[in-house]
Ligand binder design. Structure first.
Ligand code: MRU
Length: 346
């Protein structure tokens, strides 16, 4: 998978500027935390696991030039950085889980010299990056076992290489199935309003020679009825204890359609996307984004000036619509708090 979505260069967080895809493949070096924060906010880097990695490296970026030697002051500096990065986007819990890991390291080591803490934080960010690479591969393997030759699958948004440090969650399933020699095709929803499906998923699947067909979101029902879909795979930004899963707006719609058309609907997500502190999807904070994303198509206005707009970036698919959650530990089919916790903590 030759897509280098995010990496630490030693003095910058290098990302692909995803707002320019599929027309241009441009790398952006974020050399200060504000630039990285803006990149997260504007979706230059996006997708839950990539946001976790960006947050961790954001802390490394913010301590890189720290000159002081007083540990309590350094601890406060790290905590302030975590608070700041945590205000970029609210829904993907990977971002907060990574920040909690980084913050925890300094809070639980208040006696260590600053130089040591700096090295430990950088090592932790690298470990978060490496772990994501490994879990993508495990999820891919487990998910690919569901795909049989000749099947037609569907996906929404982008849960691929552009959303992770490796080949993705939902799209990782397709890459693993292809590596296993299976023949199948994929329908990708364009994913209004910001077109992650059209701009990103279609781009990376095509680049990797997966048989992909792009459709508008409002074609999903008709494709299920008239062409036939065997399996649906979507990523997630935050999964509650009971398996309710928040993902890109439109995912819940697919879950409802899947039930009507009797298509198994799977969420593919690593342990870092679970939020076991919350009971159900009702507690998941849903990001609302600017009205211009809905009233404009690119820069072109497509709605009357002054129109009221509602623009939630995510929705929650309730557990009863989900056939299973594909994790690095295997496929969790019984979606209740006890079973999910057992699988994730065994
Ligand atoms: O707003 P985005 O593009 O960050 O939304 C991304 C998604 O909804 C993805 O499906 C999710 O983060 C999973 S990525 C493996």
């Amino acid at each position: 998978m030759a897509i280098d979505t995010i990496r630490w260069t030693g003095d910058a967080v290098r990302i692909i500027d995803q707002t320019l895809l599929p027309n241009e493949l441009v790398y952006l070096d974020c050399k200060d935390v504000k630039t990285l924060w803006d990149a997260i906010k504007t979706l230059k880097v996006r997708g839950a696991p990539a946001l976790g990695i960006a947050a961790a490296y954001g802390v490394v970026l913010g301590i890189k030039d720290y000159k002081g030697t007083d540990t309590p002051k350094f601890v406060k500096h790290v905590c302030d950085l975590c608070d700041y990065i945590g205000k970029s986007r609210p829904t993907a819990v990977n971002l907060f889980n990574a920040l909690a890991q980084m913050r925890g390291l300094v809070l639980y080591n208040p006696d260590k010299p600053v130089q040591i803490l700096k090295a430990v934080l950088e090592a932790e960010a690298n470990a978060i990056f490496e772990e994501d690479r490994a879990v993508c591969r495990s999820m891919g393997k487990h998910g690919a076992s569901l795909i049989k030759n000749g099947m037609t699958c569907m996906t929404v948004c982008n849960a691929g290489a552009l959303a992770t440090a490796d080949y993705g969650t939902a799209l990782g399933v397709f890459y693993a199935a292809k590596e296993a020699g299976k023949k199948f095709r994929v329908f990708a929803l364009e994913t209004r309003p910001l077109l992650q499906g059209a701009r990103l998923t279609a781009w990376e699947l095509q680049k990797n020679k997966i048989d992909v067909t792009l459709i508008c979101d409002n074609m999903a029902a008709s494709v299920m009825r008239n062409i036939g879909i065997d399996l649906i795979f979507a990523g997630a930004d935050r999964i509650a204890s009971n398996g309710d899963a928040a993902n890109k707006i439109g995912t819940y719609m697919l879950g409802v359609l899947a039930k009507h058309h009797k298509v198994p609907f799977y969420i593919v997500a690593p342990k870092t996307t679970f939020d076991l502190k919350i009971k159900t999807g009702k507690d998941i904070p849903i990001e609302e984004r600017s009205p211009e994303e809905v009233t404009h198509f690119g820069l072109r206005p497509t709605a009357p000036k002054g129109i009221k707009v509602f623009n939630p970036a995510f929705d929650v698919t309730p557990n009863e619509l989900i056939a299973g959650i594909v994790t690095e530990y295997g496929i969790i089919r019984k979606l209740d708090a006890k079973n999910i916790r057992n699988v994730l903590t065994k």
